[in-house]
Design a protein around this ligand. Structure first.
Ligand SMILES: Cc1ncc(COP(=O)(O)O)c(C=O)c1O
Length: 676
């Protein structure tokens, strides 16, 4: 490849990336296709011959983009995800283009120097002991691992055991104390280090996930020998901070190494308005934090910071005769992390700190915390929505259906999360807190401002109202209550004599039941892609559900290729599907508006699935309207692909969904037998 084509290729990649980022605020804050859809896009036989670079990059963009999450968007509040700031991304591109293997400073002086300087800046920003060493790891998971490896070596060394040389066989036992609400990845780090994630003393926590000082005091009093205490700055759900001022002195009394997991919360120390939350955290021995969260570097970037630099180096140093030795005062990046060959993470960190500066970082952290508080206040004022934690930082949890029985509020919360994600205005995920379902919000993208916070709060309230949660729709819970009305309905296969009644029912369903989801133009347009395909009646695969002789609902399945559309829709395809490889279709599901939420949809689906399974199909697929989507999700369908059908004028949102058909008990039994 000559220089010209390198230029073209890089420019092409930059154009794809810039286009993606330019539209990030306006696009749906969730992938347009889900995993199975993405698999379908990428799956192809191993290529025997090569393809030009430009074509590969174009193809990558086409295949990947529908399955990309708008994690860099301004209304993405899932997990705890920084926004991959463009300056960090640009620095990271150059890092890739330069192709430096940043293990040691002889090989890559610039990478090692940028990392050394960025390490010093980090200590300054976070105001941690300036003599500490910093390892640039893939994220807080690995940073926790590195810090705890150093802790393990140091506490065992104090009792005369060289863990780096001798390992753990025969070593004196080490007691590890950790809060019950520590992040899952810290337990993983303990697992990797041979401590076992269950062989630890778990300390009680309060409603914010903070370690109980009295439980810690009592537990610590019973401990002798080497010990490690793991504290937390920023609980993943509540943003809560352990009481460092109270806990660290107790840990010191028992001679424990104190580690702080501050993946995002440690950045409170860089913000004058929030610093008090973590003011005593600097008296610990080690700290793990992330660049790819609040510093907004691209993935992957975390920092393992350790007061005792020798303990750090001892735990991580890789020595080999072919590697150049480092001398007094020289710092090799690989001495502070487990990898030898590694990405030059220092460049993006250096670039982001240089770009934002101390003041910019402080202002951003403060802004996110203000937005979180404002959103929580607004949402907490809405009937039926409860904010479950004090909003001390940027994290909060919501519960929907507060005041209703626990199981019902669980259902409503889950439905609101699903509805919000389906709407796509903003993204928030669900979690379980104290055994109950919650929605989690993490405000942490550099793009999020006050206005975006308001739009997101509106979207959350709209999702809550749309599922009928705000008190007007007591039938909602029945949606997930299998069989609640099945007994009083009868069903049979439809005949052509039913056509007049079916047309009336379908017309009523299209015009009435879509009103909460579509505007008048979209409902009108939807008539082109909806309705009954009489082929289903002729095939004997269309059911009607009746009460006292009146048709209350209908729906069917098909062994033919058409996925959706009525007699009036163009482009139908009668080709027969192959049950061995194709999914059967679920088609034309309608419930009369007088009979919604009474189990009719579930009944028809179960009839369709049973019939398709009996013909040998192992999967079904359907095209969901927005009105139908909650039912299908509740019945186990997963999204494959979002699309908009504008053949009737206005674009009608549709979601292609799929579901694996359960094998019968007998088949499961047989499979188990074969595996034994
Ligand atoms: C408190 C805490 N610790 C550790 C981690 C793990 O960080 P990473 O996913 O960057 O490895 C997270 C991630 O959200 C976290 O919130």
């Amino acid at each position: 490849m000559d220089d010209g084509s390198v230029h073209d290729l890089f420019r092409r990649a930059a154009e794809h990336a810039a286009r993606f980022r330019d539209t990030i605020s306006d696009r749906r804050q969730r992938p347009q296709v889900y995993y199975l859809g993405s698999l379908e896009a990428f799956r192809e036989p191993l290529p025997e011959n090569g393809t030009s670079g430009g074509e590969v990059i174009d193809d990558l963009a086409v295949k990947a983009e529908p399955g990309l999450h708008a994690m860099t968007g301004p209304r993405f509040f899932g997990w705890v995800i920084g926004g991959s700031h463009p300056v960090g991304v640009a620095a990271d591109w150059m890092t890739s283009a330069w192709g430096q293997n940043a293990g040691n400073h002889h090989a890559t002086p610039a990478a090692a120097a940028a990392e050394a300087v960025a390490a010093g800046w980090l200590l300054d920003l976070l105001d941690l002991p300036r003599e500490s060493s910093v390892g640039f790891a893939t994220g807080a998971t690995l940073a926790n691992f590195v810090c705890l490896a150093a802790a393990r070596g140091a506490v065992l060394r104090r009792v005369g055991w060289d863990a780096e040389a001798q390992g753990l066989f025969g070593a004196p036992p080490v007691t590890v104390l950790i809060g019950d609400d520590a992040h899952a990845t810290v337990f993983s780090a303990l697992q990797f280090l041979g401590f076992g994630h269950d062989r630890v003393l778990r300390l009680k926590t309060d409603g914010m996930g903070r370690i109980s000082t009295s439980d810690f005091t009592e537990t610590a009093a019973k401990i002798s020998g080497p010990a490690i205490v793991i504290l937390q700055a920023g609980q993943i759900n509540t943003g809560g901070f352990d009481d460092f001022a109270a806990l660290i002195p107790i840990a010191r009394r028992i001679g424990a190494w104190v580690h702080v997991d501050g993946a995002f919360g440690l950045w409170a120390r860089a913000c004058p308005q929030k610093r008090a939350l973590a003011s005593e955290a600097d008296t610990a021995d080690s700290w793990a934090t992330d660049g790819h969260k609040w510093l907004q570097t691209p993935y992957d970037c975390g920092y393992a910071i350790i007061r005792d630099a020798d303990a750090h180096r001892r735990a991580m140093t890789i020595a080999a005769s072919y590697l150049p030795p480092s001398h007094e005062g020289e710092r090799d990046p690989s001495h502070f992390v487990p990898e030898l060959s590694r990405r030059a993470r220092g460049f993006a960190t250096w670039a982001m700190i240089r770009h934002l500066g101390r003041k910019g970082i402080a202002a951003m952290v403060d802004r996110h915390c203000r937005i979180a508080r404002a959103m929580a206040e607004r949402l907490g004022g809405e009937q039926g929505i409860a904010v479950l934690n004090q909003v001390v930082l940027n994290q909060f949890m919501l519960r929907f259906g507060s005041g209703r029985p626990d199981e019902e509020a669980d259902r409503l919360t889950q439905q609101t999360v699903e509805r919000l994600q389906a709407d796509g205005v903003c993204f928030a995920g669900g979690a379980t807190w104290r055994g109950r379902k919650v929605m989690r919000i993490s405000v942490i993208s550099w793009l999020t401002d006050d206005r975006e916070g308001e739009i997101a709060a509106d979207a959350i309230i709209a999702a809550w109202r749309a599922i009928g949660g705000s008190g007007t729709d007591p039938e909602t819970a029945r949606l997930r209550d299998p069989g609640s009305a099945i007994d009083i309905f009868t069903h049979r296969l439809a005949t052509r004599d039913d056509l007049p009644a079916l047309s009336a029912l379908i017309e009523a369903a299209i015009s009435e039941l879509q009103k909460p989801f579509l505007n008048a133009a979209e409902i009108e347009s939807s008539r082109t892609c909806m309705g009954l395909d009489t082929r289903l009646i002729d095939d004997g695969t269309y059911f009607v559900v009746e009460q006292d002789g009146a048709i209350a609902g209908c729906g069917g399945w098909s062994r033919r290729a058409t996925l959706y559309g009525g007699d009036c829709s163009p482009g139908r395809n009668d080709a027969l599907l192959d049950p061995a490889t194709d999914p059967a279709r679920v088609r034309a599901m309608y419930t009369h508006p007088d009979f919604t939420r009474r189990g009719i949809g579930r009944l028809v689906l179960s009839l369709c699935e049973a019939a398709a399974r009996a013909e040998g199909f192992s999967r079904v697929e359907l095209m969901a309207t927005m009105a139908g989507e909650p039912l299908y999700r509740a019945c186990g369908f997963e999204p494959l692909e979002q699309l908009f059908d504008d053949r009737g004028g206005a674009a009608v949102p549709l979601l292609r969904m799929t579901k694996a058909l359960q094998t019968t008990d007998t088949q499961i039994e047989e499979e188990n037998t074969c595996h034994r």
